[in-house]
Design a protein around this ligand. Structure first.
Ligand code: TMP
Length: 239
């Protein structure tokens, strides 16, 4: 397999074509961004940790039967994934009030939610990723009612699997963001990454933030925190 021309450069990843049309080569970058790119820094070691954490988590999701795009970890910073048509959506699931939910609805951070809730955002930096509902998604032709139903079902399933895994390593899964894609035959697969960049992870014992809020809120150095999450996940592997 050969890495070919650059297809897309995002804030945290570069995607390359390969010699196989259905396979994409992903390189995780050391760039950290917040506030839709307004806060930006190079953090050595971040790309490698996120690639390794995402690879582990996707492998565990595969074992749990969640269909996803992950094919293979190639190196500390690179992986192969399945090429798909992506839904331009960010799907957020929340178990506990935090971040924008706490701000928008004035609910104290840390308040448990009676049931997991799912929110949709349009993936569009120019528009600042506006929140949208299922009617908006269908009206704009971004996904059908059936596809939205499937995406929600898969998101709840990911939550069940991840909550259980993280609980075993003393981490509370507060919320997370997923992205989905569609294969040529219409099959929906979980895509993108699952890492401390895209989840809120709180230490069960200390309440400490083990995620990107450390960077967003200037709470300290992100690298040892991501390293801690990686090491705890590695322990799970050996169980
Ligand atoms: P929020 O509380 O800022 O809406 O974030 C909810 C979750 O989604 C949190 O775990 C961080 C993640 N997230 C992303 O991965 N990318 C994003 O662009 C945003 C806004 C949130």
């Amino acid at each position: 397999m050969e890495k070919q021309e650059l297809l897309y450069e995002g804030k945290a990843k570069k995607l390359y074509k390969t010699s196989e049309s259905d396979v994409i080569w992903v390189e995780y970058l050391n760039q950290a961004t917040a506030l839709n790119g307004k806060k930006k820094d190079l953090i050595k070691g971040k790309g490698s940790l996120n690639n390794q954490i995402t690879s582990l988590v996707f492998r565990m999701l595969t074992e749990a039967g969640v269909p996803n795009h992950f094919k293979k970890k190639l190196s500390e910073t690179e992986q192969l994934i399945e090429a798909m048509t992506m839904f331009p959506l960010e799907v957020v699931l929340r178990n506990v009030s935090a971040g924008s939910f706490s701000k928008r609805f004035d609910v104290k951070e840390g308040t448990p939610l009676a049931k997991p809730i799912i929110e949709f955002y349009l993936k569009d930096d120019k528009l600042d990723d506006p929140m949208m509902n299922e009617d908006h998604i269908q009206l704009l032709g971004l996904a059908t009612a059936k596809e939205i139903k499937e995406i929600k079902k898969m998101t709840l399933e990911v939550n069940k699997v991840l909550q259980k895994l993280f609980k075993e390593i003393d981490i509370q899964l507060v919320d997370f963001k997923l992205e989905f894609g569609k294969q040529a035959d219409g099959t929906i697969l979980l895509a993108d990454e699952i890492s401390p960049d895209t989840c809120r992870l709180w230490d069960v014992k200390t309440g400490e933030h083990l995620d990107k809020d450390v960077y967003r809120r200037d709470l300290g150095n992100l690298v040892p925190v991501y390293q801690e999450v990686f090491e705890r996940l590695l322990k799970l592997e050996s169980i």
